[in-house]
Design a protein around this ligand. Structure first.
Ligand code: UT7
Length: 335
C-alpha cells in the first residue's frame, strides 16, 4: 500500500454456542475421533442455530470490532462481507449487516472468494482508505457452512464449522499496518471445490436437491496439494514485497483447514508451532472466518503486540489464494 498507511484499529469475533464434537459426528457418519484428529487436527466445531444466518454472526462479530476500535456504526464508510454462505443470493449479506448495525452512511457489498475472502476483503478495504476515498471500513468474514454441508458425506462434513470475525480498518502510523499483499486465482481448477447447484448454471430443481448438489463437493487430495504449495509461495511473495526477511516474522495467521497444511507452511517459513495462530482444533474450517477469529484470539490473549510482523495467508475456492504482511499497529493487551 503506497499512500496512506492502513491498519486494523479494532477486531472482534463470534462463534455460535452449540458444539459438535468428533464423537458426535461418529454417531452420524462412518468416522471416528482418531481419524479426524490425525488427518486434520480438528476436535470439534461450532454449529449455528437453524434460525441463525451469516448476517447474524457477522453482526455479532462487527459489534465487538467496532467497540474495540472505539467506533460507532454511523462512522463506517463501507462494509465488506466475505462469505460463501450469504443469507440470500441477493440482497448482499453486507447490506443486511448494514441494516442490523444501523450503519446509515456505509456502502456495502459481499465478496465471493471462498476461504480466501477475508484476505481479499482486507486488501480491497485498505485500498479505499489508502486512496483517501474512505476513512473507516468494516471487513467481515462470516460463514454458516453447516447449512451447505452434506451431512452424509464423511469426506467433507467432518471439516467445517460456523463463525465470524470482523476488523475495522483505518489510517495508521506510518511504517505500521498493511505492508504488502499478494492475491491470486486459478479458475481452471475451480471444480475441485464447488457447490454445483443454486446458481445460473444449475438452478434449484427437484433433481439438484435429490442429488445433493447444493452442498460442498471437494476433491480433498487435490485441494491439499494446492494448499501446501500455495501457502508457502504466497507467504514468501508477500514477505519479499514487504522488504522483510523470514527472520523478521513474528506470527503466521493461516487459513485453518488442516493442521498438516499449517505445519508444512510453518516448516517452510522456519517458524515453530507457537508462532502460528491455530484454533482449528476448536472450530474446524470456518472458511473466510477462520483467519479473523484466530487473529482475534491471539490479540485478545496478548500474544500479538505492537510492532509484530504477521503474515495472514489463505487459500480456497476459485481456486484462489491471498497473503498479507501486517505490522501490528495497536497496543497489545499486555502493553
Ligand atoms: O478451506 C479449503 C477447503 N478444504 C481443504 O483445505 C481440505 C484439504 N484437504 C484435506 O485436508 C485432506 O485431503 C482431507 C482431510 C479432506 C482428507 O485427508 P486425506 O489424508 O487426504 O485422506 P484421503 O481423502 O486420502 O482418504 C484416506 C482414507 C480413504 O479411505 P481409503 O480409500 O484409503 O480406504 C477415505 O475414504 O480415509 C477415508 N476417509 C475417512 N475415514 C474416516 C475419508 N474421510 C474420512 C472420515 N473418517 N471422515
Amino acid at each position: 500500500m503506497k499512500n496512506i498507511s492502513v491498519g486494523i484499529s479494532g477486531i472482534g469475533s463470534y462463534v455460535p454456542d452449540r458444539v459438535l464434537t468428533n464423537y458426535n459426528l461418529a454417531q452420524m457418519v462412518e468416522t471416528n475421533n482418531e481419524w479426524i484428529v490425525e488427518r486434520t487436527g480438528i476436535e470439534q466445531r461450532r454449529i449455528a442455530d437453524t434460525n441463525q444466518t451469516a448476517s447474524d454472526l457477522a453482526t455479532q462479530a462487527a459489534i465487538k470490532a467496532l467497540e474495540d476500535a472505539n467506533t460507532t456504526p454511523e462512522e463506517i464508510d463501507l462494509i465488506i462481507v466475505a462469505t460463501a454462505t450469504p443469507d440470500h443470493t441477493f440482497p448482499s449479506t453486507a447490506s443486511l449487516v448494514q441494516a442490523k448495525l444501523n450503519a446509515t452512511k456505509a456502502a456495502a457489498f459481499d465478496m465471493s472468494v471462498g476461504c480466501t475472502g477475508f484476505v481479499y476483503g482486507i486488501a480491497t478495504g485498505a485500498n479505499f482508505i489508502s486512496s483517501g476515498m474512505y476513512k473507516k471500513v468494516l471487513v467481515i468474514g462470516s460463514e454458516v457452512l453447516s447449512k451447505i454441508v452434506n451431512w452424509e458425506d464423511r469426506n467433507t462434513c467432518v471439516l467445517f464449522g460456523d463463525g465470524a470475525g470482523a476488523v475495522v480498518l483505518e489510517a495508521c502510523e506510518d511504517g505500521y499496518g498493511i505492508l504488502s499483499c499478494e492475491l491470486g486465482s486459478d479458475g481452471k481448477e475451480g471444480n475441485v471445490l464447488i457447490v454445483p447447484a443454486g446458481g445460473s448454471k444449475l438452478p434449484a430443481s427437484e433433481d439438484t436437491v435429490k442429488d445433493k448438489l447444493h452442498s460442498i463437493q471437494m476433491e480433498g487430495r487435490e485441494v491439499f496439494k494446492f494448499a501446501v504449495r500455495i501457502m508457502e509461495k504466497a507467504s514468501l511473495v508477500a514477505i519479499e514485497k514487504a522488504n522483510l526477511e523470514l527472520e523478521d516474522l513474528d506470527f503466521l495467521v493461516p487459513h485453518q483447514a488442516n493442521i498438516r497444511i499449517i505445519d508444512s507452511a510453518l516448516k517452510k517459513l522456519k517458524l515453530s508451532r507457537d508462532k502460528a495462530c491455530i484454533n482449528l482444533n476448536k472450530y474446524g474450517n470456518m472458511s473466510s472466518a477462520s483467519i479473523p477469529v484466530a487473529l482475534d484470539e491471539a490479540v485478545k490473549d496478548g500474544r500479538v503486540r505492537k510492532g509484530d510482523n504477521l503474515v495472514l495467508v489463505a487459500f480456497g475456492a476459485g481456486l484462489t489464494w491471498g497473503s498479507l504482511v501486517i505490522k501490528w499497529n495497536k497496543e497489545g493487551m499486555d502493553d
